[in-house]
Design a protein around this ligand. Sequence first.
Ligand SMILES: [Ca+2]
Length: 504
Amino acid sequence: MFAPSAPRLARDRWVAGLAGALAVGCLAFATAPVVAAPSPNRANVVFIVADDLRTDLGTYGHPEALTPHLDALARRGVRFDRAYCQQAVCNPSRASVLTGQRPDVLRVWDLWTHFRDTLPDAVTLPQHFRAHGYHAVSLGKVFHNQGVRQRPTFPFADPVSWSEPPKFAEGAHWQDWVVPGQPGPPERRGGATQCLDVPDDAYFDGQIATAATRRLRTLRDKGQPFFLAVGFWKPHLPFNAPKRYWDLYDRTQLAPPASTLPPEGAPALAGHHSPELRSYEGIPKEGPLPREQVAELRHGYLAAVTFLDAQVGRVLAALRDLGLEDSTIVVFWSDHGFHLGESALWGKSTNYERDTRVPLIIAAPGHGKAGTSTRALVELVDLFPTLTELCGLPTPIDLAGISLAPVLRQPSLPGKEYAVSQHPRPYFNGQLTVMGYTLRSQEHRYVEWRSVASGEIVAQELYESASSAAEVRNVIDAPLRQSARLRLEAAALRLAPPLRQPAL
Ligand SMILES: [Ca+2]
């Protein structure tokens, strides 16, 4: 299990918040939450999540990505430049955010385990809001999507979390595909990209944006504070977007991957063979991809990002047009990052910067100066207590994160000493044999791979200056880095104690 990451920020405030939560007796694991009276003056929440989106956004300084709507959101909110997920793959990351717990507490490390199998009485973020008078609505992929062949013990969309049945939450990603001249999804997985001259609503995300804009109007008219979660499926594979989004980019001018070699001196288990991408039609089952295919995929990712941005823009325009902007907190985040050929990797599921770092923007009227950014180290597990504080709700005592409200008010705060992420090996399926934990500090990225059976360290990595560009040479054995190594080893043991047995 994890101990809470050592916070440098708001320790006093956090303790005071705990006292307040205890005083009113509202704890997260109450098995029968009492529905409080509606509080119409409380801020609404629009909680927008993207899937597999790294920080390829204009507001993050990306030189190619066209994302005017998310850039505009950042101009009226606070942009977090060092935000990290807790595990770089959909189900564990989303379960962690929405329960406020880390993957080792949930014991959810794969795409098939439901957190209610391991922590049945968990009260999720929307469930907590619902218990305090909010109307909670889920449109799109908010929790993990339930694939066509999956039969989990509980629906992945977790209906008990919401005031009404979740919509657009089920299906496989390859079903988000247009078969020309034929209604409905394809019968089997197709290619990794699609470029057709179709309307936005031909794909899941267009339909989700349409539903969200309509739902906002009825939520406003309902006169009850609302928590609207909008989960977009892009830019997750396949990289689909209507042709006009592809046409915004000149493929011949797009940059190739920055570095296509694994970090020098990195253990083999730190990487993988990109099995997710290779499962799509037309992608080689092994070996490097042809240069033209690399360019097409990188082009497709950007087209999907701009398509996603346009759908976010439609939701935000509706919020503004309905007069809800000043009374609504908007949070935009992604479940994890992605590799697009860098470090010989395609996809997610590593402990590196490109997979663990995520975009995070919080626009909370009255909290923080619009258009600012912060380099504070924060974790997605912090979103639960952040939103309870911003909305004046009691904060459950047992959450793993801490509120980011102090950072919104003072973006110069350093944040946490470490952001902690993890990922098991093997990559997926099979008996879990090794768990890799990574600590990101302001100065370093440290990765510690441990045998699950014995708890012994089987491999270590250390990268200086903690950025994706710096992850080219593992310096764990460098003589001048041994004091940092000892410090990080101790911190890893404190923040990520050995797993209890059996692991699975
Ligand atoms: Ca994802």
